[in-house]
Design a protein around this ligand. Structure first.
Ligand code: UD1
Ligand code: UDP
Length: 381
């Protein structure tokens, strides 16, 4: 029988981290021809993930521009991928999550009449501008996709609420699969990280990059960090700064010369996961880090107004800290001074699966294309 041609398309750091274990799983199946197209919406940060997982792309659209707009990304993916799909005609395109690469790739797939599978489907805030543009990207992708791989039962229910019942599978989140590769060993490869003296200090790993936080919210967040660093002499912030020009400028201006706040270059995934494992706590507006932290037993303050990941909040490992300086400082102080409050968050159970999500996704794909018996009922909605 002809091999099933599956084209995985991704372009940013978080997509790559969560798609890498799936690509590795797809490769194990002789009935599948697995191809990878990177859009390189992110360039260096994407290449770094590819290196961590030992992956090379079959096709590279190389679209990134400094300070790119959403329109730039969308149109460049549509043109680049449209041409490629006409050449290689895959049986299925896999996209991941909520980025503009994922949305534009799904749309291109639809235009070319190629079925689309959506990995990490069904996350919602139901607020179209938060996260922006990711909430709308996710909603639009699910209109297009034929296969929906929902990390949790709650995500599947969100899809059902929108009238989507067919092709929905509950799989767990592939980030847990990815952490089997990254959370091993000790030590860092980043010279900047190795140069920070953390002896006798409690490390707070932080990240902040989201578009809806640009401007005043981001300034409030950074002022809160400055205040916490000034109040706690035993706290060392380590902040790998996202390369987006707005983020770098704001971080440099407010945190550039604050003692015990180290602004460093983005870390590769292995260093980042190790940094989180040795940290006291995490402060972030990242989506993926909210899913990783429960596995690492680290409390997370989420620097956003709302989250499409309520499972982590319900599990107790994540608290929504908002984007007001006073509230962020108050919640951080509580975790730095109240052992019970800290332990309660650190001991939460991971709601994102057992690290077998990629196996389930591949089983579901093979079933969908008539190459396998039905996957276990438990994973179908
Ligand atoms: C994108 C995603 C966001 C995700 C984030 C993860 C969209 C709309 N946004 O946002 O959902 O949370 O990635 O990090 O898809 N840059 C570099 N080198 C890199 C990567 C980025 O220089 O390797 C700089 C470039 O100037 C680029 C800018 O960062 O123009 C912004 O990148 P972009 O992908 O447009 O937006 P993100 O904020 O990274
Ligand atoms: N991450 C990384 N290096 C860093 C910062 C983050 O490898 O310097 C990882 C992080 O552990 C997580 C992913 O990148 O796996 C999250 O990506 P990001 O925060 O850029 O995007 P989001 O998840 O918010 O879409």
């Amino acid at each position: 029988m002809k091999k099933l041609k599956v084209l995985s398309v991704f372009g940013t750091r978080p997509e790559a981290i969560k798609m890498a274990p799936l690509v590795l799983e797809l490769r194990k199946h002789p009935e599948i021809e697995s191809l990878v197209c990177i859009t390189a919406q992110h360039r260096e940060m994407l290449d770094s993930v590819m290196d961590c997982f030992g992956l090379t792309a079959d096709f590279d659209l190389n679209i990134m521009q400094q300070g790119q707009t959403l329109t730039d990304i969308t149109s460049r993916v549509l043109y680049g991928l449209g041409e490629l799909l006409n050449q290689i005609r895959p049986d299925l395109i896999l996209v991941h999550g909520d980025t503009t690469t994922a949305f534009a790739a799904a749309l291109t797939g639809f235009y070319a009449r190629v079925p689309v599978g959506h990995v990490e489907a069904g996350l919602r805030t139901f607020d179209r501008y938060s996260p922006y543009p990711e909430e709308m990207n996710r909603q639009l992708i699910c209109r297009i996709a034929e296969l929906h791989f929902a990390p949790t039962g709650n995500n599947a229910k969100n899809l059902n609420r929108e009238g989507i019942f067919d092709g929905v599978y509950i799989t767990g989140n592939t980030v847990i699969d990815a952490m089997k590769y990254t959370v091993t060993g000790t030590g860092f490869t980043s010279p900047e990280l190795n140069a920070i003296d953390t002896s006798g200090k409690r490390v707070i790993a932080m990240t902040c990059h989201r578009r809806e936080n640009y401007g005043e919210p981001m300034e409030n967040i950074f002022r809160a960090v400055r205040t916490i660093a000034e109040r706690f002499a035993d706290v060392q912030f380590i902040y790998p700064v996202h390369p987006a020009p707005v983020v770098r400028e704001t971080a440099g201006r407010i945190l550039g010369d604050v003692p015990r706040v180290s602004l460093i270059s983005p870390l590769d995934a292995i260093d980042m996961h190790r940094l989180m494992s040795m940290s006291y706590m995490v402060m972030t507006d990242s989506g993926g880090i909210q899913e990783e932290a429960p596995s690492l037993g680290k409390p997370v303050l989420v620097l956003r107004q709302e989250t499409e990941r309520p499972e982590a909040v319900a599990a107790g490992t994540v608290k929504l800290a908002g984007v007001e300086e006073d509230n962020i400082v108050r919640l951080a102080e509580e975790l730095l001074t109240d052992r019970n409050a800290y332990d309660e968050m650190a001991q939460a159970v991971n709601p994102y699966g057992d690290g077998m999500a990629c196996r389930r996704i591949v089983d579901a794909i093979l079933y969908h294309f008539g190459r396998r018996p039905a996957p276990p009922e438990a994973f179908m909605v």
